[in-house]
Design a protein around this ligand. Sequence first.
Ligand SMILES: Nc1nc2c(ncn2[C@@H]2O[C@H](COP(=O)(O)OP(=O)(O)OP(=O)(O)O)[C@@H](O)[C@H]2O)c(=O)[nH]1
Ligand SMILES: [Mg+2]
Length: 314
Amino acid sequence: MLSGDRRALARVISLIEDRDESLRTIIDAIYPKTGNAFVLGITGPPGSGKSTVTDKLVAEIRKRSGKRVAVIAVDPSSPFSGGAILGDRIRMQSHSGDADVYIRSLGTRGKHGGLSQSSKEVVMALDAAGFDWIVVETAGVGQTELDILRLAHAVCVVLVPESGDGIQVMKAGLMEIADLFVVNKSDRPEADKLVRELTTLIGMNEKRSAHDEWKIPVLKTQALFSQGIDELFAQLQEYRAYAQEHGVLAKRRLAFIEDEIAGIILDEVSRSIRRNLSNTTGRKIVSAVYNLLETPHQASEKFYHSKSDQKTLK
Ligand SMILES: Nc1nc2c(ncn2[C@@H]2O[C@H](COP(=O)(O)OP(=O)(O)OP(=O)(O)O)[C@@H](O)[C@H]2O)c(=O)[nH]1
Ligand SMILES: [Mg+2]
């Protein structure tokens, strides 16, 4: 995989998706090769044109910079995913002859919370495999989707005039995460109105600390007709340079690493606590609560101080 074998890369990604037991070994081996890619999250309401924007942006990146690009389309909403992913595949076929473009859909196999963990590791694999840009597309409809964006160095929110007003954007929590806004399908009426609203909202939300000097742009595109994509690429390049120079990238990466380490430890501790709760001492504590002899808090304290779990917590 590290020497550029696409089949090996595909296999590694499948192992990650399947949460294979070799995962730990793989990640330990590839991690030292990571840290070079720029990870761009693309989100927005269903159907706003994320895949079309991504497709055209990939073409633009290839044309202007010649850099290698990977795309992962994350689709956690199983009832709809089949069609969307199939559509994305067809749409992205324009890159199928390009060995420096890699496109992959991440499906719904990951169980509860697993998808954001898998996405992180897939990004690591793509980074280690030498992709300079990694674009992660996910529909901005729920917490899982927003969680997935916690691996991005930049987040581009794609909206359409009819997807509602700025208030909707605030409600969906998109204002907090956006580094760039794209108003796609700007051939439609009301596009300028949405641009104005977003610009006003951004003006009111200038307190985002990491972004003291970055002025969040609001761009109009007609992705289907390749309009405005050159400007989007230019703004992304500018953001990338800005984030690099101002330590924003470093800050985000440090925060991700903190999250990652905390997550691994919490997983380990939580598994171990559950194991201990099902042993003899644990059972006693659980049944005391069941029989109303103790409250859950009292039992937790007792458990916390019990011998078997001291080891875990240490
Ligand atoms: N009129 C118009 N249609 C567009 C434009 N961009 C994309 N579309 C169309 O909008 C539809 C949805 O585009 P997608 O790129 O699949 O949108 P998406 O946000 O990826 O959709 P999901 O992944 O299903 O959430 C497709 O039929 C596109 O052809 C545009 O600029 N103008
Ligand atoms: Mg899509």
